[in-house]
Design a binder for this molecule. Structure first.
Ligand code: ADP
Ligand code: MG
Length: 240
């Protein structure tokens, strides 16, 4: 019998996760009973229109926020009831973030930008530099390590941001609209890189409102009005 991806040891295990916001008298149910499992080494896209709950879900997956009810296990650890400092610890150790805005520091070289998470993690200078160079090589920028963001194309800047997400060897790479600010050629650069990273065993969750981008992942979860719809296995090149 062929093993389903979701049957592999799950990195992400969401059980009946709900999230409500209360602003004054306005109550919003942003997530309503979301259950899903994502296995180690999977490449999953979460797709839905504006306002469907994608960012809310990403914040929970990335341990930036906790559910109002339900449980979230990340690599087997229940993070649903953790304190702010415990969540920060899990984030630093296990999650690499990639955002629509690249969030690179303009005055620093590509290498120094990639070193930053290690600097915060207390890693010494020599090891930091070695690991940053290795991460930049992995994203195909081994010949741009001393370039500043302004000397790089949009696609290259996003690849530096991806190297920065990878440098701490996270269990999970979480990308929120990573191609949202890119022209189609640069977007293609980033999407093929994601496929390559998946091919080398990384676990990737990509959030997007763009069907074409989502179809590049090996599995697509659709979200509408805070609920997951049925799953589609795409014919994307990343298919397992
Ligand atoms: P998406 O990322 O898919 O556009 P969001 O997760 O940002 O969707 O939002 C889902 C719903 O939750 C929306 O109705 C939004 O207005 C509401 N919402 C999101 N964040 C907050 C917040 N901090 N306070 C109140 N309502 C919020
Ligand atoms: Mg959003």
């Amino acid at each position: 019998m062929v093993e389903q991806p979701s049957r592999r040891r799950p990195i992400i295990d969401l059980l009946e996760v709900s999230k409500s916001y209360q602003n004054g008298s306005l109550h919003v149910d942003a997530l309503r009973g979301v259950s899903a499992q994502i296995g180690q080494g999977e490449y999953v896209a979460i797709m839905g229109p504006s306002g469907s709950g994608k960012s809310t879900l990403m914040h929970i997956l990335g341990c930036l926020d906790v559910p109002t009810s339900g449980t979230y296990r990340l690599a087997g650890i229940d993070v649903s009831g953790m304190s702010e400092s415990e969540l920060a610890e899990v984030r630093n150790r296990r999650i690499g973030f990639v955002f629509q805005q690249f969030n690179l520091l303009p005055s620093m070289s590509a290498c120094r930008n990639v070193e930053l998470p290690l600097l915060y993690g207390g890693v010494g200078k020599r090891i930091r530099r070695e690991r940053a160079i290795k991460a930049l090589e992995e994203v195909g920028l081994g010949d741009r390590i001393e370039h500043r963001p302004s000397q790089l194309s949009g696609g290259q800047q996003q690849r530096v941001a991806i190297a920065r997400a990878l440098v701490g060897e996270p269990s999970l790479v979480l990308a929120d609209e990573p191609t949202g600010n890119l022209d189609s050629k640069s977007a293609e650069e980033v999407l093929s890189l994601m496929e390559r990273l998946h091919g080398s065993g990384r676990t990737i969750v990509l959030i997007t409102h763009d069907q074409e981008v989502a179809s590049r992942a090996s599995r697509m979860l659709r979200i509408r009005d805070g609920q997951l719809l049925h799953e589609t296995v795409s014919a994307g090149t990343g298919a397992v």
